[in-house]
Write a protein that binds this ligand. Structure first.
Ligand code: PA5
Length: 473
């Protein structure tokens, strides 16, 4: 599908590998997809109404976020003058988006290069876990005087992030005296959570995560936009791409012209036919961490016990992260010959920003000589085409999202496409896409085990459960 006929930055969706073809006569036809239109139209209308009534803020607030950019970029530029390290303390949706965008749009070895660029930019560290060794190691490589910590948490209650914050706040107070607040910037809800009163009392600089946007949908708010701006990413381009994709999706009503409807119906039909696993496989190292963000989006949004009527449905498709070509030498064997329970989404960049020529040397053995004269980009492309062909030959369904180039605009489009696909998929499954009750249970259990007041009953329950463990010692 390429709605914009001119050469452009617009993403394309190649779904040949899902359809009937010479290898797979059982594949689908356009008529089969079109037969889903009544359900998709219902989903489209339901999403439109939700948006009009104050929901779907990931789409609705894009324009508002665009208006915020001048002040956010100005602040980010100030930081770049004063700090050499920008450390994100956050987890889940508060970390995966910033990581994905950084790796997609900045050089692979950004941290090694950024301080010698003109203008210089701080190194970025995203501490999205509480592994004590990793945390200790971080403190060994950063100079606190030259470091700013961005605490990102929507709820202001996530134990991991708050524990990190408490440690850092303490260390900064000991090392930086009264100036410690200058080393912390908080991104959180406007009114709710533990950080709000602390922002007021201690005077941290802060940015707001709009009320209706949950973690995994929050990349295009200050959650992701601030780190991106600090690291010199074109945040205007990011939002422009997002707005373009948003408009395309909202304004086109049919499955064969609306990329989110099409993506969702491909996923839905595959899932109905027993494809319980969704493999996300970019052919670009820069998009590797995008798979982490996608995996969270797909898993947390769609993995639900009950539908909107409260009936148990135990729904969702398991996301699997893979990387081309690396995982051709690891997972593709399973995809072609293992259980037919997967649908593969390739992500491909049509034109890389650089390439490397493989030299031709006629003295080399024939087995490798043929590579000479080609480039690494050509080899990557050939390997991807060959893998698609191999999957088709094995009657395994696959599709491909094509980014004409990798830039802020195409990445903004990709974010919105995947968010909207998830929203449509949630409608088709008739579930609440935007909550995560299963995650909340784990958070509550952690409060209990760590001795939070008011959670004593849960603590007792967990301790009783622990008595029943079977352990081989
Ligand atoms: O997508 C989500 O809602 C979650 O992954 C949250 O982002 C994650 O649990 C962290 O929550 P918070 O941002 O409130 O600290």
């Amino acid at each position: 599908m390429d709605v914009n006929n001119e050469k452009s930055n617009r993403l394309r969706l190649d779904y040949t590998g899902m359809m009937k073809n010479i290898f797979n006569p059982q594949g689908w036809t356009k008529e089969k997809l079109a037969a889903m239109q009544p359900q998709l139209t219902e989903a489209h209308n339901s999403l439109r109404i939700q948006r009009e009534q104050g929901g779907l803020d990931f789409s609705k607030l894009l324009t508002e976020m665009e208006c915020l950019l001048p002040s956010l970029v100005e602040y980010a530029n100030e930081l770049t003058c004063n700090f050499d390290n920008f450390v994100i303390l956050g987890i889940g949706g508060s970390a995966l988006g910033p990581l994905a965008i950084q790796q997609a749009l900045n050089p692979y070895y950004y941290n090694e290069l950024c301080l010698s660029q003109n203008p210089k930019r701080p190194r970025l560290y995203v501490v999205d876990n509480i592994d004590p060794d990793r945390f200790t190691d971080l403190l060994r490589v950063i100079d606190l005087e030259k470091t700013i910590f961005n605490v990102i948490t929507k709820s202001g209650a996530t134990s991991e992030t708050m524990a990190q914050f408490m440690i850092i706040r303490d260390i900064l107070r000991q090392n930086c005296g009264d100036d410690y607040t200058k080393h912390i910037v908080v991104t959180t809800d406007k009114e709710k959570g533990n950080l709000v009163p602390m922002i007021r009392a201690e005077g941290y600089r802060s940015w707001i995560i709009p009320a209706g946007i949950g973690g995994r949908f929050s990349e295009l708010t200050p959650v992701g936009l601030l780190p991106a701006a600090v690291c010199g990413i074109d945040v205007y381009g990011l939002l422009q791409g997002a707005l373009e994709m948003d408009k395309w999706i909202r304004e086109s009503e049919s499955v064969l012209t609306n990329p989110a409807q099409l993506s969702a119906v491909l996923s839905y039909l595959a899932w109905q036919e027993g494809k319980n696993i969704s493999v996300f496989m970019p052919y670009a190292d820069s998009l590797k961490t995008f798979s982490d963000w996608y995996a969270q989006l797909w898993a947390e949004s769609l993995g639900k016990r009950v539908n909107r009527q409260g009936k148990e449905v135990f729904t969702g498709q398991t996301p699997v992260k893979a990387l081309g070509v690396t995982d051709q030498h690891s997972q593709v064997q399973l995809y072609t010959e293992g259980p037919a329970d997967k649908v593969v989404t390739f992500l491909t960049i049509e034109k890389f920003s650089s390439d490397c020529l493989i030299p031709y040397d006629k003295s080399l053995p024939d087995d490798i000589k043929f590579l000479g004269g080609h480039s690494l980009g050509e080899l990557l492309q050939a390997e991807q085409n060959a893998t698609e062909y191999a999957l088709s030959l094995a009657k395994r369904q696959h599709r491909k999202i094509i980014l004409p180039v990798l830039n802020a605009c195409t990445v903004g489009q990709l974010l919105l496409l995947l968010m909207w696909e998830t929203a449509y998929m949630g409608e088709l499954l008739d579930i609440n896409t935007f909550n995560q009750p299963g995650v909340e249970e784990g958070k509550i259990g952690t409060f209990a085990l760590m001795g939070r007041e008011g959670f004593e009953t849960r603590k007792h329950e967990i301790e009783e459960y622990a008595k029943t463990f079977y352990v081989l010692e």
